[in-house]
Each structure stands twice: as structure tokens, then as C-alpha cells.
Design a protein around this ligand. Structure first.
Ligand code: NAD
Length: 459
């Protein structure tokens, strides 16, 4: 299958389309490796993860270049966020597994303790927006906990997963412990999920795919962790630090071309500062440079594919039909010849859209945000919660009592107060409502990838 560089629209690699036979071979080798890997001491398993983490750091330049070429994102972003985080994921779970402990409950004349054993053979399926970052975010805890893994990266951005497989081989990771299959989601992805040999599925991607995986998994009584779409609200109160809120929300809206599940897409501003916020926000958005991913000065690169660019353009047309007033986005983009056919799009900002409209309800996953007005805390909360999604939100105010009241009632799995995407890998990560099921991160991930067993002793 062709792998396309979205900044040039040219094919730069080809990937295998793994099939049923590849899956059988992967299951066979994983089953052979499981007794050895699951019984290995945690220190030894952690050492393999640390070695892989170091190799990712040593190969930062090549991996960042590949990630930028595959996704269209700025090279600098891949260098400072994507690849360092992939290395940090491996390192974090190498440490975490050595600190992982289980519970004990003492009662009258008896004591219970909980054993936690690896689940067995697990699947990790990841999306295209943060390819190696999310791929390793799943694989690291699964391996650390002693499972053997069948992993599938997105067919749209498979290249760093392939480079990662080479680093795992270089690190001496025993054969069969990690098996990477490539290809289309509805084909090999679906085949993996349908396999009864897979005891748990950790999936990050769209809500529709997540629902399908849940349907297949339910009759198998299999564990699933689903990290799905979002339509994330940001609430800007009149008493906020305005410059900080503007700067934070420009980042929150358009980092990685707006292609992060945590990106803000509905910005609600208290009426008394609406015009002021709008002026400053739009000025900053207009100043963002959309351009060559390998240029240090580019703030945004290309969208991931022609298909995704079409999808975002369709939403721009819908926003206009719904009465949205476009505040910026249609200025031409200056690009050198090499990038003339790339999938570039300026950041779009709309206002004057009702909360119930498609633009404010459906996940667009691109550089498009809406500015909306609210009056008072109660209305802010109502508007924020009027969504089928519940992944992440941000609250901008100097009144911390108000911020904490809202944090308590807002229906999202992650709440940031006066910041965005400040991530501590120990915290539970995931969404409510249609944004997912279960939590990843820290000990939550290790609990997901282990099966608890209670042992009771009477004395
Ligand atoms: P997608 O659901 O199309 O694909 C995700 C992965 O699932 C890919 O590897 C794909 O090949 C595979 N897949 C597709 N159909 C499948 C099937 N029937 N069975 C098994 N696997 C299948 O999502 P995408 O377009 O790659 O990613 C964008 C979506 O991911 C957005 O909705 C975004 O919000 C979401 N996302 C969520 C998080 C989070 O942490 N909540 C993080 C990043 C992205």
C-alpha cells in the first residue's frame, strides 16, 4: 500500500497489507513467547523497555524526520513533542512496573491479597495523528505488565512504527513478544479484533470504530480500553488573564493542525470580554505560519491526507451554510513549488453559530474552531456539557473556587485550569460519554493490562 507524504502529495514508501496468515503467524509466535516473557522478572522486562527508550533518543533525528514526512506536521513539533514522548512512554512504564503493587485486605481471622497476572495476548491499535507517541503509549504498559502484543499502527502513518520495530530488534527484544501488523483498519484491524485469541484490546481512534470494536468484544467478554473522539470546550471567563488565555487557546486550537483529540474546538467566552478576546485571538491566528514542515518558522504543516482535507473543507462549507461568520482562514498560503500539491489549510475561526449546529456538535479534527458567547457560570456549564462527547476541557479564570466548581461538574475526563495539554503520565487519561471507555495512563494502564485474582487465607 502506498504511503504518501501529505506535504508534497508524493508516495515515499510502501507498506505491506498484512493478512489472515500474517495474523496467524503473529499469534503463534506470541503464544510461544508468552510463557518466557510473562515469567521474566520485572527488572529484566524493564531493562528491555529502557533500552528501547534509549534507542529512540539516539535516533531522534531520523524518527522526527520520518514522523513529519508521514503526517505533514512540522518537523520541530515531531522533534520536541512526538519522539521525545515516545521515548518517555517506554521509560515511564519501565519504571512504573517496578513500582506496581497490588492490594491486601485483612479481616477477622483472614487476609486477602490480590495477585495481578498479565492478561495474555493483547492488541494495541492506534491512529494517525500522533503516530509513534500513541503507539508506544499502549505498547509500553502492555509489555511492561508481561503481555505479548499484536500492534497495528494507522495505515495512513505507518512509517515510524516500522522504524520502531527495527529498534526493538536492535534492543534484543525476544522474538514474538511484539508483533506489528500493517494495513487497513476495516481489513486487518477488524481481523485482529475478531480473533478470539486476543484477550484485551487497547484502541485509540474514532468513535465509530470504537463502537464496532466494543460490539465485537462484548460477546467475547474481553477487556477493552477505548480512547475516542472529542469536541472539547474551552470556557473563558471575564476574570481570566486574557493574554494567557488567548495564547493558550491558539495553541489548544491549532497545534498539530488541530489534529489532536484534546484540541479545543468550541471556545465559549463571557459576554463582557467577547469582542476583546476575539480581536486578540484572531490577530494571533492570522499570524500563524502555515508552511513547509521542515522550516523552523512554520507553526502548522499539512493535514494528514487528501481525504481528511476534503472532510475539513466540507465542514467549512457546512459552517457557512449554518450561518457562521468566518473571521479568518481564507488568506492564500505562500508555498514553494515542492509543496504546491500538499494538503495545506489555514486555521479557520468562525463565530455566530448556535450550539446545536453540526459545526458545534460533530468532531472535525482539523484547524477549525468556533467562538461563542455565554453569560455567567451556569450557562457556561450548560453549553460545555451540551455534547455527546466528553474528552477534555479547559477553564480560564483567576477565580480558582469557580474553576474547581466547574471542574467538578463538567462532563469531561480531563480538565485543564489555565493551561492546556499539561500532561503528567501518572494521571488517568481518557474520556466519558462517546469519548471512550476506561482510562489509560500510570497505574490505570497497568491495571488494564493485568487480570486481578484474589487469594484468601484463613488463620
Ligand atoms: P480510526 O478509527 O479510523 O482508526 C484508528 C485505528 O483503527 C487505525 O489504526 C485504523 O486502521 C484502525 N481501524 C479502523 N477500522 C477498524 C476496524 N473496523 N477494526 C479494527 N481497527 C480498525 O481513527 P483515525 O482517523 O485514525 O484517528 C482519528 C480519531 O482518533 C479521531 O476521532 C480522534 O479524536 C481520535 N483520537 C482519540 C484520542 C484519545 O486519546 N481519545 C487520541 C488520538 C486520536
Amino acid at each position: 500500500m502506498d504511503d504518501v507524504n501529505p506535504a508534497t502529495a508524493e508516495v515515499f514508501a510502501q507498506i505491506p497489507l498484512s493478512n489472515q496468515d500474517d495474523l496467524k503467524a503473529a499469534i503463534n509466535s506470541a503464544n510461544k513467547a508468552f510463557p518466557m516473557w510473562s515469567k521474566m522478572s520485572v527488572e529484566k522486562r524493564a531493562n528491555y523497555l529502557m533500552k528501547i527508550s534509549s534507542l529512540i533518543k539516539e535516533n531522534l533525528d531520523q524518527l522526527a524526520q520520518a514522523e513529519s514526512q508521514d503526517t505533514g506536521k512540522p518537523l520541530q513539533l515531531a522533534r520536541v513533542v512526538d519522539i521525545p514522548r515516545a521515548s518517555a512512554n517506554m521509560e515511564f512504564f519501565a519504571h512504573a512496573i517496578t513500582q506496581f503493587s497490588s492490594e491486601s485486605h485483612s479481616g477477622k481471622n483472614s487476609i486477602n491479597y490480590t495477585l495481578r497476572r498479565p492478561v495474555g495476548l493483547v492488541a494495541c491499535i492506534s491512529p494517525w495523528n500522533l503516530p509513534l507517541y500513541l503507539f508506544t503509549w499502549k505498547i509500553a504498559p502492555a509489555l511492561a505488565a508481561g503481555n505479548c502484543v499484536i500492534a497495528k499502527p494507522s495505515e495512513i502513518t505507518p512509517y515510524t512504527a516500522y522504524l520502531f520495530s527495527r529498534l526493538c530488534i536492535e534492543a534484543g527484544l525476544p522474538k514474538g513478544v511484539l508483533n506489528i501488523l500493517h494495513g487497513q483498519g476495516p481489513e486487518i484491524g477488524n481481523t485482529i479484533v475478531e480473533s478470539e485469541n486476543i484477550k484485551a484490546v487497547s484502541f485509540t481512534g474514532g468513535t465509530t470504530t470504537g463502537r464496532r470494536i466494543a460490539e465485537i468484544s462484548a460477546p467475547l467478554f474481553r477487556k477493552v480500553s477505548l480512547e475516542l473522539g472529542g469536541k472539547n470546550p474551552a470556557l473563558v471567563f471575564a476574570d481570566c488573564d486574557l493574554d494567557k488565555a488567548v495564547e493558550g487557546l491558539v495553541r489548544a486550537s491549532f497545534t498539530n493542525q488541530g489534529e489532536i483529540c484534546l484540541c479545543a474546538s468550541r471556545i465559549y467566552i463571557e459576554k463582557s470580554i467577547y469582542e476583546q478576546f476575539k480581536g486578540k485571538f484572531v490577530d494571533k491566528v492570522k499570524a500563524l505560519k502555515v508552511g513547509a514542515p521542515d522550516e523552523q518558522s512554520s507553526n502548522m504543516g499539512a493535514l494528514v491526507s487528501a481525504q481528511h482535507l476534503d472532510k475539513v473543507r466540507r465542514y467549512i462549507a457546512i459552517a457557512k451554510e449554518e450561518g457562521g461568520r468566518l473571521l479568518c482562514g481564507e488568506e492564500p498560503i505562500e508555498l514553494e513549488e515542492k509543496y504546491k500539491h500538499g494538503y495545506f489549510l489555514r486555521p479557520h475561526v468562525f463565530e455566530n453559530l448556535p450550539n446545536t449546529c453540526t459545526t458545534n456538535q460533530e468532531e472535525i479534527f482539523g484547524p477549525l474552531v468556533s467562538l461563542n458567547v455565554f453569560q455567567g457560570e451556569e450557562e457556561a456549564l450548560l453549553l460545555a456539557n451540551d455534547s455527546e462527547y466528553g474528552l477534555a476541557s479547559s477553564i480560564w479564570t483567576k477565580d480558582l473556587s469557580k474553576a474547581n466548581r466547574i471542574a467538578d461538574q463538567i462532563e469531561t475526563g480531563i480538565v485543564w485550569i489555565n493551561c492546556w495539554m499539561n500532561r503528567d503520565l501518572r494521571t488517568p487519561f481518557g474520556g466519558m460519554k462517546n469519548s471512550g471507555l476506561g482510562r489509560e495512563g500510570g497505574l490505570e494502564a497497568l491495571r488494564f493490562f493485568t487480570e486481578p485474582k484474589n487469594v484468601c487465607i484463613e488463620y
